[in-house]
Design a protein around this ligand. Sequence first.
Ligand code: ZN
Length: 329
Amino acid sequence: MDLLRHAELSRRAVLAAAAFVPLVGCAREPSPPTGGAPDDETSPSDSPEATGATDYGERAAELAGDDPVLLALVAAFTPGWLPPEAPDPEPTRIFDNVTVVGTDFVSATAVETSDGVILVDALESREQAADILVPELRSLGVDPARIKYVVVAHGHADHFGGAQYLADRYGARVLMSPTDWDVAAKDSSPDVPERDLEISDGQRLSLGGTTMRLPYTPGHTPGTVSPIFPVWWNGRRHTAMLWGGTGLPKPTSGKRDYLRSVIDYAALMRRSGVDVELNNHGQSDGGLDRMRALRDGTAGGQNPFVLGRARAQRFMRVLELLVRDKLDG
Ligand SMILES: [Zn+2]
């Protein structure tokens, strides 16, 4: 890829994904610029891509190529983002058993099983739970009273904010890693949930025949958890990952933890056959655009969240390069 095209793609990426609104809980520091080659056998390592680029950011952008999902990720790590002007998304059933609700900034993901719902994240506040999460789930036929578990991916308010409301109203149990229960306890939000269940690393949470795996992916926070679970599309089974915390922490030690998590998680994804990529901030991976394409029927009969195994690995490789770029800088 030549440099001009490269630069153009980077600009497009920044404009397209002027997205990841820094909110209190999930704010990221501004970070240096970015740039990789088609590579289906990406092994998460520091080996050079088949490209002349030596800078990690350039390699990330080159590997992203013209893939809109990967470009959105590159943009999410690019400094100088403009705040997004995106309207709040319509609630969307993205798989037979998965519904996404929320705002342009943050999503909650409902996984339905025969015995109830496992909800990943709970939006920013009690009000958002009452005014957005519950009615939007109902609008797509998901009964909020069936929420048995709220898995909070990390201890920032934009993920735990609505959890206590769901616990109080529907008896949902709230899960977080012990470390992030501690993170949440120090948060200034008025909606910190009462400490409930603790997630252990790699724990399997089973409900109604569905098992969600909950590996730790420390980095964004010390106790971030990134679920892996089965999804069905037109009756066909796929395996999804949901990256629990995207923004890089400021301390170098946190960035190093993040890098190790990306590499380990990519290996776990490969072993688990993960072919679906999800994120709780739908603008950091083009998720909102993909939801819209599904709703509008412009996805060409495909489910845009099904990346396939090789492309899901490429997503992680791009993420790895982006993190290395920030460590480098
Ligand atoms: Zn966060």
